[in-house]
Design a protein around this ligand. Structure first.
Ligand code: ADP
Ligand code: TYD
Length: 239
């Protein structure tokens, strides 16, 4: 890898508490062990971008009715990514693998779920706004970290109990929204929305299971990217 080719852009997606940050760290370690250079970016970039900061505040009830508007929230998340375009391009120039913790599909999943849609007008608007208009790069692969919503919700609660700064926000506290969001994510993966998806089951606990999952994901994602003939696949990675 390297040279003129842009680093592989891998988006990690899933519910709040699904285990995205945990998998991103495991993927970074696994890719590094294989000799690849790796960069990671987590969206929303609360500390680095004003749109992300505003979205975070709106999720906690600030800024009047901003949080109740599906499109306003999605625009703030999208503008955060738009402002990260140069950084994304630079990381892809410098590194073999760029891992993003949430990306464009998060907007499609959460916004569609909020509007009680699956893949419909809202997902089309997200594509038109972020890909067609903002020219954000299409990822090479999208990984759905899949767990039942009840397990994700329990992890969010445990995390909040352990860390006062991780109090559940408006989306995290809405169990019905998380349930609909899980269904939209499944549909996005099934339909290969935007780019190829891989689905990984993250119910299992333990370091070993995580390392195995990260290795399986890397094999699948990097294998498919370096062998374009094999193109779009929807393999389910069993852990
Ligand atoms: N496979 C797993 N089994 C048990 N706990 C997990 C697993 N993956 C993540 N966790 C825990 O669940 C919580 C949420 O994980 P995190 O990676 O922060 O999720 P996300 O980034 O999707 O919100 C964390 O406390 C993490 O340690
Ligand atoms: C990045 C992004 C997040 N979201 C939602 C998902 C989450 O419920 C919420 C906050 O993002 P999240 O990554 O969960 O941040 P944190 O765990 O630090 O609170 O915003 C979108 O709806 N669209 C997006 O583009």
């Amino acid at each position: 890898m390297g040279g003129e080719a842009a680093g592989v852009l891998v988006a990690v997606e899933g519910l709040d508490g699904a285990g995205k940050a945990t998998l991103v760290a495991a993927l970074r370690d696994a890719a590094t062990r294989r000799g690849a250079t790796v960069a990671t970016i987590a969206f929303p970039r609360y500390d680095d971008d004003v749109h992300a900061a505003l979205a975070g505040e709106a999720l906690r009830g600030e800024h009047g009715d901003t949080g109740t508007s599906v499109h306003a929230m999605a625009l703030l998340f999208a503008l955060d990514r738009r402002a990260a375009r140069d950084e994304l391009a630079a990381r892809r120039r410098d590194c073999d693998v760029v891992l993003v913790d949430r990306y464009v599909a998060s907007n499609a999943a959460y916004g569609s779920a909020r509007r009680h849609e699956t893949i419909g007008p809202f997902a089309a608007w997200v594509h038109a706004t972020e890909i067609d208009r903002f020219a954000l790069p299409v990822p090479d692969a999208q990984v759905l970290v899949r767990v039942p919503p009840e397990i994700a919700a329990q992890r969010v609660r445990d995390r909040a109990a352990a860390d006062a700064h991780r109090d559940p926000d408006a989306f995290e506290a809405d169990a019905e929204l998380q349930g609909r969001c899980a269904a939209v994510y499944d549909a996005l993966a099934r339909e290969q929305w935007l780019a190829p998806w891989w689905v990984t089951d993250n119910r299992q606990t333990g370091e070993q299971a995580l390392t195995r999952t990260a290795d399986d994901v890397l094999d699948a994602v990097l294998g498919a990217v370096s062998a374009p003939g094999s193109s779009v696949r929807s393999d389910s990675i069993e852990t």
